[in-house]
Design a protein around this ligand. Structure first.
Ligand code: ZN
Length: 741
């Protein structure tokens, strides 16, 4: 920069733009009062009104301001301010006050302002930068253009941060050649879908979801935001909220990559695509459904490894796996897998098919949907519109001379009876039934109208199963059992002094959930000759169970407890998913069993509170400091302002609490045991789920170099000790009111 800039501070007279323009002879009093009248109605800046009235253009106004205030006029497109200088002024400030920093010397910071008469702006700048401010003027469009150039990451981009995220490495494998459609709307949406921030957000979501092994991504529009949630290990987890304005372009982007029609927004659609990430290709099944706030999108991520699952990978006990293998080795008969949606039934069926397939056998399936392609197996997708239902499909594939048939699900009498007939005529039939456990399959078949003797003759085995979350190996610790829990355990465990259960306390590897991955718990009901006999004579469920147990049958609750004892899962998980039957505990039936039939814990997205309510809702703030006095002080300041405070004495605990509690704000010390504030910030900003929590760092003294380092890692603001309570509260409340968009 060639121009020398004088410090204008002493000459700042609080004049207004109108006066300056009159002094410069540019407008007269009448024009000014007319413009001021318009301002009362239109609530625009005076300069803009004068431009609209045609009495001045912005260049003239800038010139006048420069000469009247005796400050330099800068042409910003000729200046290239260094990054370090730009980083001194936060983007929000530049946008709000229409200014850009241009030069920093040891005498202070020079900023170009569209309206140098904004004295508050100068005060604020001085406060934020702690430097003398020299003001220059530039035309408004020049300033806007420079903000665009110097702060490119605005809105969504800014939220994504500049740190490398999971979006790197996502590659869309399939992409439809867009047909030439002359719908203008279509084109606009398409352009929308290609906006770089949206492309980046979509890639970031996919990469992040695959990294945390999510099975589904849900994009749920609300009144004013869009909630993005993942299902990880069967549990829904909120990941982030984005502004409502992003919704249309995000949905369009997803439709584009999934070969869906972006112009259809009021009807449900299905699509699919493939992405490559970390050297693996993942199939994505995408569906959209219109809701009152717009389209909800669900993306299912299919892990390619699941297609290769073998029976030995399922986690069956030795005995159960032997029983299952015996059953599917029979030349004819039915093998059923039961459980609610999401209990892993199809993985078990695919594992059976993987074991059975060989060049010598003809295997045909009828599925809805075909989740994985299995080489050497003929797979048929049901299509009711084309007349291919489970029953019709099964009927026609039986004409294809198969040895083994897999039917996705038996839901009606017709399918059930064809399956039984096939099982009587030299075919092995594999299928699923939507029942709670293996024994209920027998009652279900009877309810469907299948005769008891036919069931008795056809059935080889019934598998019942659930999926439970696996304890994180990195952070698991033994868990002492409360009397409450002991009361709900069968005697063999209750009385075993050696019995130990485990739990995960939460660490980086498991994203602070204490769990990582899932595992099946099973019961395999092998139809033994004695069972066959009693089924044929209409036995009661209790009778069947007693007899099965005599033949070695173990319920999935018992299998689960064994797995919990081995430290594979937790006792809570077993009680949640498959609590032991009361009669297996031999005590007063426990009434408050927490286990649910359904494996999915689906907290329905809560209706957002009205803005008025949310502003008075107390915020949750995490304070991390190893100094008890500071901790108490900060807690006192925040609580007296009506906030909720949780605290940590070291960085590691702070990280864990931040991930588990998702606070609205984090106040952290710089120097802490186990992990310092910068490292903590880095870790929090590196994950989508915590990237949006604002962070205030407490430092002992003002240290610019250090503050810059912190700003680069994503610290949102600083406070130096000793704390000024008012200033601290102002900063905290400002950061918490910042909307995530
Ligand atoms: Zn862990």
């Amino acid at each position: 920069m060639n121009k020398t800039v004088r410090n204008t501070k002493p000459t700042h007279k609080r004049k207004k733009l109108g006066e300056l323009l009159i002094e410069a002879g540019l407008i007269d009093e009448r024009t000014l009062s007319k413009a001021l009248d318009i301002q009362k109605i239109e609530n625009k800046k005076l300069g803009q009104i004068l431009i609209d009235m045609g009495v001045a253009d912005e260049q003239v106004i800038a010139n006048t301001l420069a000469s009247q205030l005796n400050i330099p006029l800068l042409k910003l497109d000729e200046i290239d301010a260094p990054k370090e200088t730009i980083s001194l002024v936060p983007a929000e400030m530049a946008e709000n006050y229409l200014l850009v920093p241009v030069e920093r010397t040891d005498k202070g910071l020079t900023v170009a302002m569209a309206n140098p008469l904004e004295f508050y702006a100068v005060d604020d700048l001085r406060f934020v930068t702690q430097m003398p401010i020299h003001v220059a003027v530039a035309s408004e469009s020049d300033v806007l253009e420079a903000i665009e150039r110097y702060y490119p990451k605005r809105g969504l981009e800014r939220d994504l941060g500049s740190a490398p995220g999971p979006e790197q490495g996502i590659e869309i494998v399939q992409r439809r050649e867009m047909e030439e459609q002359d719908l203008k709307n279509q084109k606009e949406l398409l352009a929308f879908a290609e906006r770089p921030p949206v492309v980046r957000l979509t890639a970031a979501l996919l990469g992040d979801a695959i990294t945390v092994k999510a099975s589904d991504i849900h994009i749920e529009p609300q009144r004013s935001t869009v909630i993005i949630r993942y299902r990880v290990d069967g549990i829904m987890r909120e990941i982030m909220k984005v502004d409502r304005s992003v919704h249309a372009s995000l949905v369009s982007r997803i439709k584009v990559i999934s070969n869906m029609d972006i112009s259809i927004r009021r009807k449900p659609q299905d699509g699919k695509t493939q992405v490559r990430y970390g050297g693996k290709e993942y199939d994505l099944r995408v569906s959209t459904i219109p809701t009152s706030y717009g389209e909800k999108v669900t993306m299912r991520i299919l892990n390619p490894d699941s297609a290769k699952t073998g029976i030995e990978d399922l986690g069956l006990s030795k005995r159960a796996s032997g029983d299952l293998i015996d059953a599917i080795s029979m030349p004819q008969g039915i093998v059923l897998v039961t459980g609610p949606t999401g209990s892993g039934k199809s993985s078990t069926l695919y594992a059976c098919l993987n074991r059975l397939k060989s060049p010598e056998v003809n295997i045909i399936t009828v599925e809805d949907p075909i989740e994985f392609d299995i080489e050497g197996v003929n797979q048929v997708q049901i299509n009711p519109q084309a007349g291919i239902t489970f029953s019709a499909g099964l009927r026609s594939i039986l004409r294809q001379d198969p040895d083994i048939v897999m039917v996705g699900e038996i839901r009606d009498t017709e399918t059930a009876s064809i399956a039984c007939q096939a099982a009587q005529t030299g075919h092995l039939v594999l299928s699923t039934l939507h029942t709670n456990d293996a024994l209920s399959a027998l009652t279900r078949l009877l309810d469907l109208g299948i005769e008891a003797f036919l069931i008795s003759a056809s059935l080889q085995a019934v598998v019942g199963q659930r999926l439970v979350r696996t304890v994180c190996e990195e952070c698991k610790i033994p868990e002492p059992l409360s009397a409450q829990i002991l009361k709900r355990l069968p005697p063999r465990i209750r009385e075993d002094k050696e019995a130990i259960f485990w739990k995960g306390i939460g660490c980086e590897a498991c994203r602070y959930t204490g769990y990582s991955g899932r595992l099946g718990i099973f019961e395999v009901l092998k139809i033994t000759p004695s069972l066959r006999e009693i089924i044929g004579s209409d036995a009661s469920a209790a009778n069947l169970k007693r007899l099965a147990e005599k033949d070695g049958f173990q319920t999935m609750a018992m299998d689960g407890l064994d797995k919990a004892l081995k430290g594979l899962t937790t006792i809570e998980e077993i009680f949640r998913v498959a609590p032991p039957d009361a009669e297996d505990i031999f005590e007063e039936p426990v009434t408050e069993t927490s286990g649910s039939e359904e494996i999915r814990i689906e907290e329905t997205p809560s209706e957002e509170p009205s803005p008025a309510l949310s502003s008075i809702k107390p915020k949750k703030i995490l304070v991390a400091d190893d100094n008890q006095i500071i901790l108490k002080l900060v807690r006192h300041i925040l609580e007296s302002d009506g906030h909720l405070v949780i605290s940590a004495e070291d960085g590691l605990k702070a990280l864990r609490l931040a991930m588990q509690e998702k606070p609205d704000l984090i106040v952290t010390d710089y120097l802490m045991p186990k992990m310092d504030g910068i490292e903590l910030t880095k870790k929090l900003k590196a994950q989508l789920g915590s990237r949006y929590i604002p962070i205030i760092m407490l430092t002992a003294k003002e240290d610019e170099g250090f503050q810059n380092k912190g700003m680069k890692t994503g610290v949102d603001d600083y406070m130096t000790k000793p704390l000024n309570a008012r200033e601290f509260l102002a900063k905290a409340n400002r950061l918490m009111s910042r909307s995530v968009s």
